[in-house]
Design a protein around this ligand. Sequence first.
Ligand SMILES: O=C1O[C@H](COP(=O)(O)O)[C@@H](O)[C@H](O)[C@H]1O
Length: 229
Amino acid sequence: MNRHDFESREELARALAEAVAERIRIGIAERGTAAIALSGGSTPGKFFSRLGKTKDIAWDKVTVTLVDERWVDELSARSNAGLINEKLLQGPAAVARFLPLYSGGAEPTPATIAETAARLSGIPKFDAVVLGMGNDGHTASFFPGGDALADALAGPAPVIAIRAPGAGEPRVTLSLPRLLETEALYLHIEGAEKAETLDKALAEGPELDMPVRAVLRQDRVPLEIYWAP
Ligand SMILES: O=C1O[C@H](COP(=O)(O)O)[C@@H](O)[C@H](O)[C@H]1O
C-alpha cells in the first residue's frame, strides 16, 4: 500500500480528483466507458466537487455508483446518493449515469438487493473505488458487530443488506470481493483522529473488530491511502 499525505484537505481533494479522473480517462480510452464506486459520509464533499468540475472527461460515458448506502430517501441529509447528486453530478459531470443502491421502502429486501446486484453486474470491473473510514474502523458499511459482516467481507454475494449497532439506519453495501474488482483502490481519510484509527487498524487484531483491516490486509489491489490533517 502507498500513503499520500497532504498539507491541506483542498490539496488532497485536488490530487485524489486528478488520480480518479485519470483512471476514468484510461477506462474510456481502453473500453469506451468507465465506472467508479464512491463513498459517502462527511469526508468526500470537496473531492466530489473537484472531480465533478473536471472538464476533459467524456462524462456521458461514465457510470457512478456507491460503495454503500444508508437506507434513507435521497432527500435525507444522511443519503450518500444525495451527497453525490449535490457535489459530484453538477456541471460537466451532470451527464454521468448514476446507479443508486437505495430503491425505496422501509428496508432493503432480498428482491431489492437482487435488483441492485443485477444492475451492477453490467460493470464487471470498476476503474476506481474510493473508500472512507469511520473512527470505529468501519469502511463501506462493514461495521463492527454488523449482522452480515462476515458475508460482506467474504462474499460471494456482491451486494449485502446489513444492520449494525453503530450504523443508524439499515444499510446496503457492496461486498469486499465486489469492491476489489477494480483497477484502482483508494482510502480517503482526514484528521488526526482518523490517522490514529488507521494506525490502530494497521496493528495486529481481528478484522471483525476493525473491518477496514480486511481492506488493509488484502493483496489483490494496491491500496492508495490519501490523508490530510
Ligand atoms: O457511514 C458511512 O461512513 C463512512 C465514513 O464516513 P465519514 O463521515 O467518517 O467520512 C463512509 O465511508 C461511508 O460511505 C458512509 O456510508
